[in-house]
Design a protein around this ligand. Sequence first.
Ligand SMILES: Cc1cc2nc3c(=O)[nH]c(=O)nc-3n(C[C@H](O)[C@H](O)[C@H](O)COP(=O)(O)OP(=O)(O)OC[C@H]3O[C@@H](n4cnc5c(N)ncnc54)[C@H](O)[C@@H]3O)c2cc1C
Length: 381
Amino acid sequence: MSTFDVAVVGSGPSGASAAFHLAKAGLKTVILEKETLPRYKVCGGGFVYRGRKNMPFDISEVVDIEFNKVDIYMGDKFHFVTERENPIISLVMRDAFDNLMVKKSQELGVELIEDCKVTKVVNKKDVVELETTKGAISATYVIAADGVYSQMAKMAGWTNDTRTLIPALEYEVEVNDADFKRLSKEIRFDIDAIPAGYGWCFPKKNHLSIGVGVIIKDDKKIKEYCAEYIKFLGIEEIISIEKHGYQIPVTPRTDGYVKNNVFLIGDAAGFADPLTAEGISNAIYSGKLVAKAIAEAGDDKEKAAKTYTDIIESTIMPELLTSMKLAKLFYGSKLVRKAIMKKYGQRFSEVMTDIFMGEKLYPKDIMGKLKEKLKEKIISI
Ligand SMILES: Cc1cc2nc3c(=O)[nH]c(=O)nc-3n(C[C@H](O)[C@H](O)[C@H](O)COP(=O)(O)OP(=O)(O)OC[C@H]3O[C@@H](n4cnc5c(N)ncnc54)[C@H](O)[C@@H]3O)c2cc1C
């Protein structure tokens, strides 16, 4: 049986990031991936600058288009534009992006085993044994980076799923030249293209990634909303369309991120941003943090678990908690949303852009202030 210091299950941005930093710290690391790379991942592929600027290598070869300007719409009435010197959002196709991240980790010595699905987690005294479709593997530490449907979490002892999962659709749409020319000029978000959620149109090299996400609750009509959104965008001719649906975890687990030497990161832990559903940057960041915790702890497993938990509680978690409250307020009532956008639309867009840029954290006192101001505003509507 092959033995490693760390086995990372999943080769998405969280797993690839963890593997990269573990190998850099000198640990013998393997990535186990059930698919063959490069593989398609349902995702808008909008990579915000707070993630990009912290990448340990250049990713420009896999960036389709980058936007220094973002357009936020709410119906026909509101349109806010923010602009920055650096790309606010870099658009990637996830097959190429994830593959590059894995290749960079392989250059540092990470072993990749593809077509290798982990099917069972067995806890031994000093190691964790993983049964896979390619035989058994043992490791001192296991990182579950297997995404939103994390079977690893279930197999490792998280019997209840305490995250909130929301449905999202992603259509890869090839349109005629006139529509592509018109719609590829901007990266747009359409708040209220869907009740309690938003739509997006992200231009890629030769097609548009168009999607919708319901942020705070499930809605069976999501496919209808997406069809309406495509109409709303004024697309006259669809040359080809690939329709995909998946889920996004928009609240983190409340029962810990480490059990029996299995560490959860990325979507498996529930680290996507609750307000925007943007998950790539925290996936990559949590991969870096878990690698740091494990590398610093050596064989001291309790220390690794405590360090990782502490570091998540002091970095990612406060951001997610504020964002959760904002999401509830923002998507919970159309009246509140309208009041926010009418009175503070440009300011709200600027603050969100600063957060995307990694220049600001979510303002800690924002809830109290917003509630006060909104009360006044709603009374006057
Ligand atoms: C429709 C939609 C649009 C989105 N758009 C954006 C966006 O524009 N920007 C953004 O930042 N975020 C977006 N997200 C969120 C983003 O896709 C996720 O947050 C991100 O992919 C999480 O990365 P991850 O590494 O945790 O998991 P994933 O990227 O899901 O990777 C998990 C990997 O684990 C593998 N795996 C699973 N089970 C096993 C197993 N048992 N054994 C071995 N391997 C296994 C999978 O094959 C996969 O490769 C979107 C999500 C959806 C659904």
